[in-house]
Design a protein around this ligand. Structure first.
Ligand code: KIV
Length: 271
């Protein structure tokens, strides 16, 4: 798809200024061309090609199985559609934790092969060398703290994180570290609202919350969740703007009935 040069692209610098000017940042996930086109047209500031594609698109129980090649495929489809928004892509599990050079190689593949604008990476202190290596290569990095789904087997549950003092303190320190390392923003997932507020006030880079309350610089949701397509997933933080699961199922039922009763196609729907 050709790029419309009249549309001004949102950059990491735009997001930095939005925090400074107290303007909220709206972010959603997308994994394919058609959805990303609608999300971009809807005026979103940033699309996350999340590794939640592993759950939403592929039906896995966790985000762990998705591969770098699969993430690049999803990212390529989204980049073809996104005319205006910033496109951020998750580095999948196993592509950045073991050593910084591997982390950089993974990030470079995403940037070169998909044309995305930034990568996202889960964790703080324990992956600081990988973050530095990527940032120093000129690749914008978004951090991700709190509930980090790639660590689900260590956590053992998807419950709210950092309710206890020690974990909350580590999260504040990690957020400051991410800023120091040069991350341009940080996702705060499923943490108490007052902690998210404290983190947001203590760093200059934007915080993007999911289940982190209102006192953050922006919000992110999984697009299939907010459209009501993933019908069984209804955490407290999720606002469903549609019930597409029921609407699509009903439309399919109607189509099946129309085909079987020979009501479709009619005279106007043939050559
Ligand atoms: O993969 C994803 O969708 C995410 C969001 C939940 C922030 O990381």
């Amino acid at each position: 798809m050709s790029i419309n040069k009249d549309i001004k692209r949102i950059t990491t610098e735009t997001l930095r200024l939005m925090k400074f000017e107290n303007k909220k940042i709206a972010m959603l996930t997308s994994y394919d061309f058609t959805m990303a086109q609608m999300v971009d047209k809807g005026g979103i500031d940033a699309i996350l090609v999340g590794d939640s594609a592993s759950n939403v698109m592929a039906g896995h129980e966790t985000t762990l199985p998705i591969t770098l090649d699969q993430m690049i495929y999803h990212a390529q489809s989204v980049v073809r559609a996104a005319q205006r928004c910033l496109v951020v892509v998750d580095l999948p599990f196993g592509t950045y934790q073991s050593d910084p050079q591997k982390a950089l190689d993974s990030a470079v593949r995403i940037m070169k092969e998909s044309g995305a604008h930034a990568v996202k990476i889960e964790g703080g202190e324990e992956i600081k060398k990988s973050i530095s290596k990527i940032v120093n290569a000129g690749i914008p990095v978004m951090g991700h703290l709190g509930l980090t789904p790639q660590s689900i087997y260590q956590f053992g549950t998807y419950k709210v994180r950092a309710k206890e003092k020690d974990e909350a303190q580590k999260l504040i320190e990690d957020a400051r570290l991410l800023e120091e390392l040069g991350c341009f923003a940080v996702v705060l997932e499923k943490i108490p609202a007052d902690l998210a507020q404290k983190v947001t006030a203590s760093i200059q880079i934007p915080t993007i919350g999911i289940g982190a309350g209102p006192h953050v610089d922006g919000q992110v949701l999984v697009v299939h969740d907010m459209l009501g397509m993933t019908f069984e997933f209804k955490p407290r933080f999720l606002r469903q703007y549609m019930n597409l699961h029921d609407e699509i199922t009903a439309a399919v039922q109607k189509y099946v009935n129309d085909v079987k009763s020979q009501e479709f196609p009619n005279e106007k729907e043939q050559y």
